[in-house]
Design a protein around this ligand. Structure first.
Ligand code: 4NP
Length: 165
């Protein structure tokens, strides 16, 4: 079975994308498919390099049973080689990723997180960094919806639903 590699990207890699990584990891683990996925996250700026996720993000994540242990790292051009999908949290992330892409194949790896939402309507995953607690809870709710949609998309894409037992 082929491994699918997915990189979640935001600005600082201390709030949204490490949260997305943890939410998607949990969905994959619950479905017994951890060995088939490589999941990571990165930021478009290196300012928080090496840091754990923001303490507020960790607090609200823990309330829902997620433990965030990722260390912030900046996105690098080699991520285009190392990942099948690169998923940005907002249109600034997408634009910055596209700026770094050198080929059509690299551009085609870039997706928008909210495009996988099934129930929530949102144009982006809002940056919670300068806001209050509600913003962090909103991020988790949006990501739970979007990551479930992403997982479903990948299952259908891999024709899993069309295989006979
Ligand atoms: P994130 O949030 O992109 O969801 O990790 C931010 C974290 C830090 C900064 C901006 C956004 N910052 O400017 O330091």
């Amino acid at each position: 079975m082929n491994t699918k590699s997915i990189l979640f990207v935001c600005l600082g890699n201390i709030c949204r994308s490490p949260m997305a990584e943890a939410v998607f990891q949990r969905i994959v683990a619950k479905n017994g498919l951890s060995s088939q996925f490589e999941i990571d996250s990165a930021g478009m700026i290196a300012y928080h390099k090496g840091e754990l996720p923001d303490s507020r993000m960790r607090f609200f994540a823990e309330k829902r049973g997620y433990r965030l242990t990722h260390r912030s790292r900046p996105f690098t051009s080699s991520d285009f080689d190392n990942f099948d999908m690169i998923i940005g949290m907002d249109d600034q992330n997408i634009a910055a990723l596209k700026d770094k892409a050198l080929t059509i194949e690299e551009v085609n790896k870039i997706d928008r997180m909210v495009d996988f939402c099934r129930y929530k309507q949102a144009t982006h995953i809002p940056d919670p960094y300068y806001g209050g607690g509600q913003g962090f809870e909103n991020v988790i709710e949006l990501l739970e919806d979007a990551c479930a949609g992403l997982f479903l998309y990948l299952q259908v894409e891999s024709h899993k639903y069309f295989e006979t037992p």
